[in-house]
Write a protein that binds this ligand. Structure first.
Ligand code: PLP
Length: 406
């Protein structure tokens, strides 16, 4: 993702061309493989994107219908009820007992906020946005949209100073650190000790920390790393990924820390664009202030869906069981096919290597009709891995397993 090309530039107009130089959209490169996979016997099984395929729960569709009379403008900040629902959910599900509802803002999906957060925080040239080495591409894009420099780096807390040398030459000052736990694409989970280290470093240097956490309800295997007691598990023995707002990480003070969250995955709501940011009230107030000018608002009916979804754990648990079953089938299948699944402790992906370049794996599996994403989409460190998504129907997952075994 480090290559910056002119492929996405708008036509030259008034000298603006080149100011917004973004990478080519990575999925476009998969089109020829998708085409080949489509021609395989049994057709395409698309495990390349993490888009939910199961129905939106009836409870949430009813909530949308019930709130469809919405003639007036909704508030950027969200209704008090939705902000209180977020705070109650953090207390019940995320181990954050005292989130201030004032420090909550709904967002129309979290990709939008990831892409614009550096701009909304006023970052620009000379500023640096740190994100994980192997990462969801939008952290890099968001830095570029702001004119800041993206810096892929896992161990930010070991930097002696926030002033850093940049890969392209020159120096910049770190202003924002993205954490992504559970990770897309690797499924790695940060324990509270690591979260606390990053928060402490960021506070010392007046840097904002944003934790992108939308796979938190999809914990699987307790990682066998770290000392006992650092990894939480639920009554089923599933890993419970901690939030960056966990008081063990923040000392009970959310200053400078944000959690970015989405219901796209856990509630099958990707089509609704139902997400939120929560944490430091002063930062959230700032974001609300800027977005009022820009008119970025979650539609009122979707705010009601968000509120309803956060109050109901049953549909989330039900969806998790669907993914648990698909994960077991796909894990066995990729292992039988010679792949090695690494990390993948939580989330919707199996981070897999066949000990060959990622595009070779993509091509081989596409010949059998199974489309996966090359790890190189997520940074150079992913160039020998592929990401296998669990987001296909039971029928398609079974079909993929058959072909991988054959
Ligand atoms: C790490 C991560 N962050 C953010 C998003 C965006 O989610 P949405 O825009 O659907 O809320 C995704 C979606 O795949 C993701 O994987």
């Amino acid at each position: 993702m480090s290559a910056v090309t002119g492929g996405a530039r708008p036509p030259a107009a008034g000298g603006g061309a080149g100011r917004l130089a973004l990478p080519d959209f990575p999925w476009d490169a998969l089109a020829p493989h998708a085409e080949r996979a489509r021609r395989a016997p049994g057709g395409l099984v698309d495990l390349s994107v993490g888009t939910p395929v199961d129905p939106t729960p009836a409870l949430l569709r009813d909530a949308l219908a019930g709130a469809s009379d919405a003639p007036g403008y909704p508030q950027v900040w969200g209704t008090p009820a939705v902000r209180e629902a977020v705070a109650a959910w953090f207390a019940r599900r995320r181990g954050v007992p005292d989130l201030d509802p004032d420090g909550v803002m709904p967002t129309p999906g979290s990709k939008e906020l990831v892409a614009w957060l550096p701009t909304l925080l006023g970052l620009g040239p000379g500023d640096v946005v740190v994100h994980p080495l192997v990462a969801y591409p939008t952290y890099d894009v968001g830095a570029r949209l702001a004119g800041a420099a993206p810096l892929p780096l896992d161990d930010v807390a070991s930097l002696p100073s926030p002033v850093v040398d940049l890969p392209g030459g020159g120096t910049g000052r770190v202003r924002l650190v993205w954490l992504n736990s559970p990770s897309n694409p690797t499924g790695a989970v940060d324990d509270v000790r690591r979260l606390a280290e990053v928060v402490a470093w960021a506070r010392e240097h007046d840097v904002v920390v944003a934790g992108d956490e939308c796979y938190a309800e999809l914990g699987w295997t307790p990682a066998d790393r770290g000392a006992a007691g650092e990894v939480d598990v639920d009554e089923r023995g599933d890993l419970v990924p901690p939030s960056v707002l966990d008081p063990r990480a923040t000392g009970g003070d959310s200053r400078g820390v944000l959690s970015v969250y989405s219901l796209s995955k856990q509630s099958n709501l990707a089509g609704y664009r139902a997400a939120f940011v929560a944490g430091c009230p002063a930062l959230v107030r700032h974001l609300v202030g800027v977005r009022k000018h820009a008119g970025v608002i979650v539609p009122r009916p979707v705010q009601e869906v968000l509120r309803t979804a956060l109050g109901d754990d049953a549909h989330v648990a039900e969806q998790k069981e669907r993914y648990r079953a698909r994960r077991a089938v796909l894990r066995d299948a990729v292992t039988a096919a010679g792949g090695r699944v690494e990390r993948s402790d939580a989330g919707l992906y199996l981070w897999t290597t066949f000990d060959e370049p990622a595009m070779d794996t993509v091509a081989r599996l596409a010949d059998r009709g199974v489309l996966v994403a090359p790890g190189s989409f997520y940074g150079a460190a992913g160039e020998r891995h592929v990401r296998v998504a669990l987001t296909a129907t039971d029928e398609r997952v079974a079909s993929a397993a058959e072909r991988l075994a054959g």
